[in-house]
Design a protein around this ligand. Structure first.
Ligand SMILES: NC(=O)c1ccc[n+]([C@@H]2O[C@H](COP(=O)([O-])OP(=O)(O)OC[C@H]3O[C@@H](n4cnc5c(N)ncnc54)[C@H](OP(=O)(O)O)[C@@H]3O)[C@@H](O)[C@H]2O)c1
Length: 317
């Protein structure tokens, strides 16, 4: 049987650095569970490491992709009950491939009623949003979010309202997101409205920022000293200068929470997420065959995109 995987063997722009490689599917290492992949999303969190931005800890050669869903097709006797189940093979080798062999401790079973395209996106953004809201509770607080059109910001914003936030302002680069964000009860602002952004930031209690650069500096310049500024991404590719008299600067990286979590607590996080994901509003999933991965990445780069490109990993069967 043949496996296919999207490898990067050097750093570079993903469209240049990735190659689709076929190889004979080897024997499953003892103790692992083999998952035949169905689909995986394309997230900034998957693409940024390929560029070398985290070169100090993520080095090629690697199969790309951190999340996705599949069906368990092979397991040892102790994990035999998992065969046939849909599951997330997480925290192992890359997921942008046909088959993933995964440590069963980190494998997450998917509830039967959860849509496959939602399950495929249940890890990186939902878990980051959940952990951030647990670390910086928002009840009764005014919240500002950046990268407002992103999946992560939509989850953060909606779940912040459910957790009792007083208001949630979302700053977007593209106005194409405004209507759908307003439907969620969020207050959309364009990055091209600096005065409105400054007004919202000056009364904010907490900001969750995934953009960095000048936008982060504009928020930091006016946020109250007692507020929290949580940096969790640098989509602009630019860093920012903290302001000594400004808000408390916090950084969030999901990976920092993963180093110490034990399997029981890990599984508990997902039990908490399932009901939240059932009522979540994720962007439409748009599926691309694995062989069309270049089109998927090109679509990912479209400014104002209102869908999540997904790789169909079962299209060859
Ligand atoms: N720290 C962590 O542990 C952690 C965990 C999960 C996610 N994240 C971060 O969360 C962010 C969002 O991820 P996602 O998967 O939710 O993204 P996504 O759904 O793919 O959406 C990306 C969004 O980013 C916006 N964007 C891209 N470049 C931008 C720029 N230079 N300035 C302003 N906006 C820009 C896009 O705006 P347009 O609509 O205008 O194209 C788009 O709405 C990423 O930075 C990711 O690294 C971090």
């Amino acid at each position: 049987m043949t496996d296919e995987a999207l490898w990067y063997r050097r750093f570079g722009p993903p469209i240049d650095a990735l190659t689709l490689e076929a190889a004979e599917l080897g024997a499953r290492p003892p103790g692992t569970v083999r998952v035949r992949m169905i689909t995986a999303p394309i997230n900034p969190s998957d693409l940024i490491p390929i560029t070398g931005a985290y070169g100090h800890r993520v080095r090629p050669p690697q199969v790309a992709g951190y999340e996705g869903v599949g069906q368990v097709v092979e397991a040892d006797h102790v994990s035999a009950h998992l065969v046939g189940r849909r599951a997330l093979p997480l925290r192992g080798p890359g997921t942008w491939r046909r088959y993933v062999d995964c440590d069963p401790s980190w494998l997450v079973e998917v509830p039967d009623d959860l849509e496959t395209s939602v399950a495929a996106r249940a890890y990186i953004n939902p878990l980051a949003a959940l952990r951030m809201l647990e670390t910086w509770p928002v009840e009764g607080r005014r919240v500002v979010l950046t990268a407002g059109g992103s999946s992560c910001a939509r989850l953060l914003g909606r779940w912040a309202l459910e957790a009792g936030a007083r208001e949630v302002v979302v700053v977007c680069r593209s106005v194409s997101h405004a209507a759908s964000l307003a439907e969620l009860g969020l207050i959309p602002l364009s990055m091209a409205e600096p005065h409105a952004i400054a007004a919202a930031a000056s009364r904010a209690d907490v900001a969750f920022d995934a953009v960095g650069g000048p936008l982060a500096e504009a928020l930091l310049a006016v946020m109250p000293r007692t507020s929290d500024f949580v940096s969790y991404g640098l989509l602009s590719g630019e860093s920012f200068q903290p302001i000594p008299t400004g808000p408390k600067l916090q950084r969030f990286h999901l990976r920092d929470r993963l180093g110490t979590v034990k399997p029981l607590e890990w599984q508990g996080w997902f039990r908490k997420l399932w009901p939240m994901l059932r009522r979540a509003s994720l962007p439409e999933a748009r599926s691309y065959p694995l062989s069309d991965w270049r089109q998927a990445i090109t679509a990912f780069d479209e400014p104002g995109r209102r869908f999540k490109p997904m790789l169909a990993l079962d299209d060859a069967r």
